[in-house]
Write a protein that binds this ligand. Structure first.
Ligand code: PLZ
Length: 451
């Protein structure tokens, strides 16, 4: 138990005071102590954004061991969409933990797993019979989507895009575009992965149709549909810079896949579950993928991931070909059922749209006043600014890093992203209130003005 202003705090969730409050410099002494222990005990490769010791979180705040309360504009990288320690998620976890914590679904199946599969089959886009399989992490879901597509098509090549992020395992490192920090020194990588150009309207100036024609030409000339099992794409790229493709790009790629016997996989691990103002970004962007990978927002913070898609593709794999000791862990499934219910019935899709309207309006005002804000983009509660040298349009990663660092020191957790590291992204929990959201944006605006 820690104390904040002498009040014992043992629980987070929405009842935490919804305020930004700094009572020490950041990091405070207790957080610094944890940073020192981390440096001594945790492998150096595991970095951190905010130098704090988190002890509670909920609504739109994260509280540290020194009693500082931060406005959360990151949701632990798009995970706590329903809000940290959402009461229904907590209750479901507690109830399931008291019943059983594990049997292994492949040994003694249980209802929670099947119910999550049913829910995913229902809420994902596509008016056709679907099936799902559950895993532990986003990377594992992507790996399995590739396995399934290869088995179904009998082909081996996979196309991913410039700026893509799909994970840190060997196959998903190969699928991820950016070398530093994700891949550098960690090769050799998995074979039969090819890269196509992404539609990036701010930087390529191409229409969706032209960008798709360019990508399809690369795919046809350098890979060939006869060898291609799957095209894998984030409908809105996450780590790569919150890149929203030009209108028509995804439809054209998806249509080409359908015509060419290639499985079209949407990686909705960051964009899924109400984040973009629809249950899935595919709906916002007008596509119906063959397979969808999900994770992050699915279970209110517990590790769970899934592949969902056309039943005939999902069923192509022999019995025993898919699985894992923990995939679809019963506690994670209980959390997911509560979280999915909250996404569907607590108005969170609408809330994501409202958040998007508010944040985009504020960011557009920042752009109008400051030529270093080169681009403002995003959908729903997944929006970003791209910072540049005004004279040249060159990416300004140093500025993005300085703004994020200064915002954190002022009590607002924001994340950067982008191939060039020059994008500041906003991924608030959908449980955040307008007041905190505005205050958080005020702090970011002041940090930018002062940088
Ligand atoms: N696909 C689209 O966004 C995870 C990575 C953070 P895991 N993104 C956050 C980091 O630096 O490791 C992600 C994603 C998309 C796949 C993944 C991978 O999901 O659950 O981290 O494996």
């Amino acid at each position: 138990m820690t104390t904040i202003d002498s009040i014992p705090v043992v629980v987070g969730g929405p009842s935490l005071p919804q305020e930004r409050r700094l009572v020490t410099a950041i990091p405070g002494p207790r957080s610094q102590e944890l940073m020192d222990r981390k440096a001594a005990a945790v492998a150096a490769g595991v970095g951190h954004t905010a130098p704090i010791s988190a002890v509670a979180a909920g609504g739109g705040v994260v509280v540290d061991a020194d009693g500082n309360s931060f406005i959360d504009l990151g949701s632990g990288i798009a995970v706590t969409g329903v809000g940290n320690s959402h009461p229904a998620v907590v209750a479901a976890i507690q109830d399931q933990a008291a019943r059983f914590t594990h049997t292994c679904f492949m040994v003694s199946p249980y209802e929670g797993y099947v119910a999550v599969a049913e829910a995913l089959n229902r809420v994902t886009p596509g008016d056709f019979p679907k099936k799902s399989a559950l895993f532990n992490s986003g990377a594992e879901a992507v790996e399995n989507a590739v396995k399934i597509a290869r088995k179904f098509t009998g082909k081996s090549a996979v196309v991913a895009f410039d700026h893509a992020y799909h994970g840190r395992t060997n196959l998903t490192m190969a699928l991820t575009a950016k070398s530093m920090p994700y891949k550098s020194g960690f090769g050799p990588f998995a074979a039969e992965i090819y890269r196509a150009p992404m539609s990036y309207p701010y930087r390529d100036g191409l229409s969706g149709a032209d960008a798709a024609a360019k990508a399809i030409s690369v795919i046809e000339k350098q890979v060939g549909a006869a060898n291609l099992a799957a095209v894998l794409i984030e409908p809105i790229q996450g780590e790569g810079g919150f890149i929203v493709p030009a209108e028509g790009f995804l439809e054209a790629i998806s249509a080409w896949c359908t015509a060419s016997g290639v499985v079209f996989i949407a990686d909705e691990i960051q964009t899924g579950f109400a984040r973009t103002g629809a249950m899935f970004a595919s709906e916002v962007l007008g596509i119906v993928p063959d397979l969808i990978t999900t994770a992050k927002g699915i279970a209110g913070g517990l590790p769970l991931a899934a592949v969902t898609g056309r039943a005939e593709i999902m069923d192509a794999t022999h019995v025993g070909g898919l699985g894992g000791t923990y995939g679809g862990n019963p506690i994670a499934c209980a959390a997911a059922l509560a979280a999915i219910d909250a996404f569907e019935h607590d108005g969170l899709v609408e809330r994501a749209r409202e958040i998007g309207d508010l944040v985009l309006r504020r960011l557009a005002a920042m752009q109008a006043a400051d030529p270093r804000v080169g681009d403002v983009r995003g959908k729903g509660a997944m929006v970003a600014i791209e910072l540049v040298e005004p004279a040249t349009g060159e990416p300004d990663a140093a500025l993005a890093g300085a703004v994020a660092k200064s915002a954190i020191a002022q009590g607002v957790i924001v994340l950067t992203c982008g191939t060039y590291g020059n994008v500041i992204r906003f991924l608030p929990p959908l449980s955040i209130g307008d007041d905190l959201l505005n205050e958080g944006l005020d702090v970011v605006a002041a940090a930018l003005a002062g940088a």
